[in-house]
Structure formats: structure tokens, C-alpha cells
Design a protein around this ligand. Structure first.
Ligand SMILES: [Zn+2]
Length: 132
């Protein structure tokens, strides 16, 4: 873990590091060493129940992405989504922001990804380094 963790906030699996930056909380298995996101109560590799929360790296390399034009009404469309490979070996599915290309190194942030009952749905996104 790069930064001490100070607490958790919504949405699920998202918190802040000591510098107030957004962090994803996945989990690590002490028995087989597997790391994963989102966290689950049981290790997806060895079925151990000894998994512990762990902050994930805040950057990832874009493995692949696509633009989705159809879907539930609550999601902003078109939406660009993709898979990123984090430096710790975890592959994360995420909404993307801005112009992206495969192999770009993107940074974690928060943004509005939809709307339900007149209220924004805020979720984690990945975007270019230093982006807003
Ligand atoms: Zn395990």
C-alpha cells in the first residue's frame, strides 16, 4: 500500500488516501497472494475466507475499451468503459473519461456516471493523468 488509508466514502469500494485522493479498496488473500477488485468475502483463487481489504494502485494501463450507446436509462450515454491493468496485477472494469487509447496510463477519479430519481450517480472513473 503506497499511502496510509484514512477512511472510506461512497460509492462502494471507494475511499481516500492520506492526501485526500480517491482510492479503490479491493482485497488481498494472505494464503495465496491473490489481489482483486471489487473485494469479496472469499478469495476467487483459493476460496480462503481470510481476505483483507487493500488499497489498489491509483493508476492503470488501459487494456481495452469500447463505447456503449444502449443501456439502462439511469446511465449517461454514450459511455466509454474499459479494462485497466493495475501495477499490482489486478484488472479493473471502469468508466473512462476523455480521449483514451489502448496502453494509456490513466488515473483514478470520481465523476457523475448517471442519474437516478433526479440525483447524480457518482462512480469511479479513470482519465488521463492530471485530468480534471
Ligand atoms: Zn487466496
Amino acid at each position: 500500500m503506497d499511502q496510509p488509508v484514512t477512511g472510506r466514502t461512497d460509492p462502494e469500494g471507494v475511499g481516500r488516501d492520506a492526501d485526500g485522493r480517491v482510492v479503490l479498496f479491493g482485497a488481498a488473500c494472505p494464503e495465496c497472494g491473490t489481489r482483486f477488485f471489487p473485494a469479496t468475502a472469499v478469495c476467487p483463487h483459493c476460496a480462503s475466507e481470510a481476505v483483507a481489504p487493500e488499497a489498489m494502485p491509483r493508476t492503470g494501463t488501459l487494456y481495452t475499451f469500447t463505447t456503449v450507446h444502449a443501456g439502462p436509462r439511469k446511465w449517461k450515454k454514450p459511455m466509454v468503459v474499459g479494462y485497466l491493468d493495475l501495477p499490482n496485477g489486478v484488472r479493473v472494469f471502469a468508466h473512462l473519461r476523455g480521449q483514451v487509447a489502448i496502453d494509456d496510463v490513466l488515473e483514478l477519479g470520481l465523476d457523475t456516471i448517471g442519474e437516478e430519481d433526479g440525483k447524480p450517480i457518482v462512480g469511479f472513473v479513470f482519465r488521463q493523468m492530471g485530468g480534471v
